[in-house]
Design a protein around this ligand. Structure first.
Ligand code: NAP
Length: 313
């Protein structure tokens, strides 16, 4: 058993590192588990992005992985201890809280959860190869790079409609590919997309493969699941908008989660259903999902945790 920590932070995206910077500057000596989420990738979803141009303070933009490296350095500069392991189980039923990795057990007076969420991907050949080079799951982040180009968006929900509309600000043409012949999106979102002259719909359509020239996306191979016709559809970009899932598996039964498995926090704060456990970033947010909003709620979680700790003495 390791010595009792004041604060353990789980997760190493913008929320986790911001929580670390704040708690470290308050001399709480946070211990941060950077985790191996997203298939062996600490740093969260920004590790899958190329240029980040919408984070204020960086007028020239910055590559996502470089940004995460800077977050990490800033957290370390103030004394954050970083462990390159996943937390595999937690026990929040009594204090101090107990957290386990595959090899070790840790205890903390307070825990900040910033484990993030991940886009659900299509899981087809070519998709991973071209992530950040034509394949994206975030129109807000990457739409700008498709000025004057033709893009495909996959999905039939509100996200797909919203992102299709957003993409028409930049793209020449946006083709929504949906696996059925009717949309799940709310009526108003459907109407908005259908009335947009730059958006066209391909129904009963499934992407089988993302094709490229080794550098960037050039086409998708698509199946019409009614006629079984397979063909190539030229495009410059592919946006997956088929949903997100929060990384909350280890918190089931320990914390209150909503019906989509996001951590429930009390309104206007980062307090979870267990006193002394706080959460910030995409793991509590299915609406905004931006690096800047995640960093903001990581900061809130740190301030909430600090205040809570100071009341325990
Ligand atoms: P969603 O409502 O779950 O829709 C996901 C869409 O992706 C569905 O149309 C689904 O098809 C399709 N899909 C799922 N897996 C697929 C796969 N493997 N291949 C191809 N297509 C697949 O997700 P969402 O659109 O991200 O919305 C999530 C929640 O946020 C919803 O409650 C939504 O209302 C809300 N939201 C609201 C707004 C807004 O109001 N402004 C904006 C965005 C999101 P099927 O229809 O065939 O299942």
């Amino acid at each position: 058993m390791n010595e009792l920590e004041e604060v353990i932070i789980i997760g190493s995206g913008p929320a986790g590192y911001t929580a670390a910077i704040y708690t470290a500057r308050s001399e709480l000596k946070p211990l941060l588990f950077e985790g191996q989420q997203l298939g062996g990738q600490p740093g969260g979803q920004l590790m899958l992005t190329t240029e980040v141009e919408n984070f204020p303070g960086f007028p020239e933009g910055m590559m996502g992985p470089e940004m995460m490296e800077k977050y990490k350095k800033q957290a370390e500069r103030f004394g954050t201890k970083i462990v390159s392991e996943d937390i595999v189980s937690v026990d929040f039923s009594s204090r101090p809280f107990t957290l386990k990795t595959a090899t070790d057990t840790y205890q903390a007076k307070t825990v900040i959860i910033c484990t993030g969420a991940q886009a659900i991907w299509l899981n087809v050949p070519g998709e991973e190869q071209y992530q950040g080079h034509g394949v994206s799951a975030c129109a807000t982040c990457d739409g700008f790079f498709f000025r004057g180009k033709n893009v495909v968006i996959v999905g039939g929900g509100d996200s797909a409609m919203e992102e299709a509309n957003f993409l028409t600000r930049f793209a020449n043409k946006v083709t929504v590919m949906h696996r059925r012949d009717s949309l799940r999106a709310s009526k108003i979102m459907q109407q908005r997309a259908m009335n947009n002259p730059k958006i066209e719909f391909l129904w009963n359509t499934e992407i089988q493969e993302v094709l490229g020239d080794g550098q960037t996306v050039t086409a998708v191979k698509i199946l019409n699941n009614q006629t079984n016709e397979v063909r190539e559809f030229p495009t410059d970009g592919v946006f997956a908008a088929i949903g997100h899932k929060p990384n909350t598996g280890i918190f089931e039964g320990q914390l209150e989660l909503d019906e989509k498995k996001y951590i429930v926090v009390s309104s206007g704060s980062t307090r979870t259903s267990v006193e002394g456990v706080f959460a910030g970033g995409d793991v509590i947010d299915h609406t905004y999902r931006q690096a800047i909003t995640a960093a903001g709620s990581g900061c809130m979680a740190a301030l909430d945790a600090e205040r809570w700790l100071s009341l325990q003495e």
